[in-house]
Ligand binder design. Structure first.
Ligand SMILES: NC(=O)N[C@@H](CC(=O)O)C(=O)O
Ligand SMILES: [Zn+2]
Ligand SMILES: [Zn+2]
Length: 428
């Protein structure tokens, strides 16, 4: 048994946390074990469950792989990551799921694989597999051009309901895109091209159909306060990315094409409104939408650059930086990154520091604030849109009791420790 002694938990209690094998054995005081780690002056958070990453395999290993993405995740305190279906081949049937699952075996951290929806998807064989969730279902084209129309979306919601799985939605309505800005070459043109109304309109459709059809619906990467409010009012769960929380159009002069993503960066006032909804608990989940592209791929004009930014290694550190600066409550960070995703996606073993749960833990020293630098990160991309921002990186990350990241030993353990989680689909 190993014991973290006198660690501060997100709710402020100071406790010993004892780990036996893969599980938390006890949370208490005066606990004993063979290995005792002095954690006084330090905090333990549950590992982040990132329900939205693009680890790019199969198809685009120059952007990311399961090995590099999961190592970056571990270094950022993410202990479970869920991959999205816009790979090549897209994950839209049984065989493509199996192929991705073989590659995911290289993961250092625990993982889930989502199933996607296109005109050529095969729900029969797809739902025979242990999907994490159905989605992200693209209501407009993004990277991978998997946009679908309303009737196929209805079909996806019905299938999701039948299989008792959550449907996650990329909510943008392409009929609201503003073609009149096409002759502009500045980076903010992307934000004007895919305006807030496009997101709000798509969330309205998702909410309407979710209420009509039933079954849980989760809106991915919401970027507008109005969208979040409408989703929440309709009983849908919502997710916000670190880039919509910490960046706005004001950053685009500096970021240029490296700040292009879907949905795009919004006005600074919108960013503040979104932050408020994250801080007050209206938003359920922070997920990264980790969408790496190489520097060379991004370094072109605004209409040719691919959409998406990396974020899996910097999300929890940025949030912990906000805790250090007294702008976010540590309990809120715990809920957004661990407790809520575990509840929404039905992972009873994960997301909590309690006896019986998986020992997915992050050891944090709030005095160790440092600036994010792209060159220090562990994914395939050597750039980050968060360059220079203050963050608190984990000292130690454990997945089911196993150290997968240690600041003292950045070479760290080899991969392939991760295991699949959350067979959230009824396959009988
Ligand atoms: N968000 C993005 O801008 N890009 C994502 C796809 C997506 O989530 O829409 C990607 O896979 O590159
Ligand atoms: Zn998306
Ligand atoms: Zn995505």
């Amino acid at each position: 048994m190993q014991v973290f002694r006198n660690a501060t938990l997100p709710d402020g209690r100071e406790r010993d946390v004892a780990i036996d094998g893969e599980k938390i054995e006890a949370v208490g005081t005066d606990l004993d074990g063979e290995t005792v780690i002095d954690a006084s002056e330090k905090w333990l958070f549950p590992g982040m469950i990132d329900v939205h990453v693009h680890f790019r395999e199969p198809g685009f290993p120059e952007k990311e792989t399961w090995a590099t993405g999961s190592k970056a995740a571990a270094a950022g305190g993410v202990t479970t990551a869920v991959d999205q279906p816009n790979t090549d081949p897209p994950t839209i049937d049984g065989p493509s799921f199996d192929r991705k699952a073989e590659l995911a075996a290289a993961s250092l951290i625990d993982w889930g694989i989502n199933g996607g929806v296109t005109p050529s998807w095969d729900p029969e064989t797809l739902f025979e597999r242990p999907l994490f969730a159905l989605g992200e279902v693209f209501l407009a084209d993004s990277t991978g051009d998997m946009g679908i129309d309303r009737s196929r979306f209805e079909d996806a919601l019905k299938r999701g309901k039948e299989a008792e799985t959550t449907v996650t939605v990329h909510a943008e309505d392409a009929t609201k895109f503003d073609e009149s800005v096409r002759d502009r070459t500045d980076a903010p043109a992307w934000s004007d091209y895919r305006p807030p109304e496009a997101e709000i309109a798509a969330i309205d459709v998702a909410a309407e159909l979710a209420v009509e059809i039933g079954g849980p619906v989760h809106i991915a990467h919401t970027s507008t306060a109005a969208g979040i409010d409408r989703a929440a009012e309709a009983g849908l769960t919502t997710e916000v990315t670190p880039h919509h929380l910490f960046l706005s159009r004001d950053d685009l002069p500096e970021l240029g094409t490296f700040g292009r993503m879907n949905p795009p960066l919004r006005a600074e006032s919108t960013r503040r409104d979104v932050f408020e909804r994250v801080a007050d608990g209206t938003v359920d989940v922070i997920a990264t939408d980790h969408a790496p592209h190489t520097r060379a791929q991004k370094d072109t004009d605004i209409w040719s650059a691919p959409s998406g930014v990396p974020g899996v290694e910097t999300a929890l550190p940025l949030l912990l930086g906000e805790v250090a600066a007294d702008r976010l409550d540590p309990k809120r960070v715990r809920d957004l990154t661990a407790r809520n995703p575990a509840r929404i996606f039905d992972l009873p073993e994960k997301g909590r520091i309690e006896a019986g749960a998986d020992a997915d833990l992050v050891l944090v020293d709030f005095d160790a604030t440092r600036k994010i630098r792209g060159e220090d990160l562990h994914g395939k991309t050597d750039w980050t849109p968060f360059e220079g921002k203050s963050a608190v990186f984990p000292e130690l990350t454990l997945v089911r009791g196993q150290v997968v990241w240690e600041t003292e030993d950045p070479a760290g353990p080899a991969g392939e420790f991760g295991a699949p989680v959350g067979e959230n689909v009824r396959t009988d």
